[in-house]
Write a protein that binds this ligand. Structure first.
Ligand code: EPZ
Length: 419
């Protein structure tokens, strides 16, 4: 069993280069299923979720080849299979994008319901509502979703009842090759939604308005091949910014889009770190003596839920009281029990964490309960006194490329051990 061993108490210094965005990659790779021709995708993060989704495309009949460590070539022209029910499909949440992409291409899709991080109820009613509005019939047989239409999907007007990244992306995929112009309102504005729209447009689609509340998609008959470079990972960047602020030190987080970090930069500054923006990097300087702040997670451009656990870790060792409200998921505080084993003083009341900052966290053996929980425990280990062991690294490996190497290059004392 692999574990991370972290000896705490080091400051972080130096430069760290951020990889391509996981949540853009796991949408763009399935989208290639709709393309007639070869797609070369650059800045692809080499992480488990990406390897799995690329493997699923390969199983469906696409030709998938890594040209370099971060460049993926996919030719899905000859794919003639719209059934994805393998265990692999179940192992990751984002495999539900196969539904939108296969529906777009074949107006038929049979896909196993996804797994992924467990934050309580994870409904897909808004995805289904969108497919049905585009005139597909949708049936769920145990854990398999069967969506189909006799002919090409038909454009429509969709109003999403909740701002959902997944439903926005799935509706966008399915509408791309539908007949007519689809309007989707109350959509998610996350950077990866915009990145998928840019990818689709590069391949010949007509998607307008991504990044605003309303997206308009004029359906085209065909998408063509091309080359596209994925945006940097907003959440990986944020994780390193929080680590630098919490541990103290001076870190330049490179290859990012600073505007994507605005809500986090503001909170780190409010808590006492010095955050300086450059064209494609952000410098975080801190003496590690931060003060408590209140945070509420929200869809973009609000504070990202995917940085909530890392921010709670920072606040658990900041001066005074903080309140963190989870505004996206009904249940995303499972990791707090692990932080408490390290000495954090946190009380959960409904969807709020009330944090009383302690002088020092203490090393302990803890479990990564999900991807971002794993990242938060690594930050906790770096700022704690003593040695921390993190178990269940599979979660971290799903979404962070060379995580411990990057932390080590900044001076953290982190090693992966296999026992
Ligand atoms: C995406 O999940 C991300 N995953 C998550 O990141 C992220 O936490 C989340 O968006 C919010 O930003 C990927 O992009 C692969 P949602 P998604 O649909 O699309 C409710 C990470 O750590 N909802 O935006 O599944 C839902 O219950 C991962 O990288 C419905 O009610 O999230 C939630 O409360 C974890 N009905 C809210 O909307 C639906 O049909 C937002 O969920 C769909 C969602």
């Amino acid at each position: 069993m692999e574990k991370l061993k972290i000896v705490g108490g080091t400051k972080l210094r130096g430069n760290v280069r951020i990889s391509g965005a996981k949540n853009a990659a796991v949408a763009i790779i399935p989208a290639v299923l709709m393309v007639d021709g070869v797609c070369v995708i650059e800045n692809v993060p080499h992480i488990k979720d990406v390897l799995v989704i690329a493997d699923i495309l390969s199983d469906l009949g696409a030709k998938v080849k890594w040209l370099q460590d971060d460049v993926l070539e996919i030719d899905a022209t000859t794919v003639n299979n719209y059934i994805a029910t393998d265990d692999k499909v179940r192992s990751m949440r984002a495999s539900y994008y196969l539904l939108g992409a296969l529906l777009g291409r074949f107006h038929m899709a049979t896909v196993r319901l996804p797994g992924g991080c467990n934050f309580g109820e994870r409904p897909i009613d808004q995805h289904i509502k969108s497919f049905e509005a585009l005139r597909a019939s949708v049936n769920i047989d145990y854990d398999i979703v069967i969506a189909k239409s006799e002919k090409r999907l038909k454009a429509t007007h969709i109003y999403l009842d909740v701002v959902s990244v997944g439903a926005t992306i799935n509706a966008m995929l399915a509408a791309c090759m539908a007949e007519g112009t689809t309007i989707i309102e109350n959509v998610a504005k996350e950077p990866h939604v915009v990145d998928l729209a840019n990818f689709l447009n590069t391949m010949g689609a007509s998607v307008r308005g991504a990044g605003t509340d309303t997206i308009r998609i004029r359906g085209v008959e065909k998408l063509h091949g091309g080359t596209y470079s994925i945006i940097p990972d907003q959440i990986e960047a944020g994780t390193f910014m929080i680590a630098a602020a919490a541990a103290g030190g001076d870190v330049l987080v490179e290859n990012i889009i600073p505007q994507h970090m605005d809500s986090l930069s503001a909170k780190l500054s409010e808590s006492g770190a010095i955050v300086t923006e450059f064209e494609d990097s952000i410098r975080v300087e801190s003496n590690g003596m931060l003060k408590g702040v209140n945070v509420k997670t929200r869809p973009y451009p609000g504070f990202p839920t995917d940085l909530q656990p890392q921010m709670v870790t920072l606040l658990s060792a900041a001066r005074g009281k903080s309140m963190v409200t989870e505004g996206v998921w009904e249940s995303r505080f499972q990791y707090i029990e692990e932080l408490k084993r390290m000495g954090a003083d946190i009380v959960i009341a409904d969807n709020r964490a009330i944090i009383h900052g302690v002088d020092r966290l203490r090393g302990a053996t803890v479990k990564a309960t999900d991807l971002r929980a794993g990242a938060c425990l690594a930050i906790a280990g770096i700022i704690a006194e003593g040695t921390t062991y993190i178990l269940d690294l599979k979660h971290i490996d799903r979404g962070y490329q060379n995580f411990e190497e990057k932390l080590t290059s900044l001076g953290a004392n982190v090693v992966r051990i296999d026992e």
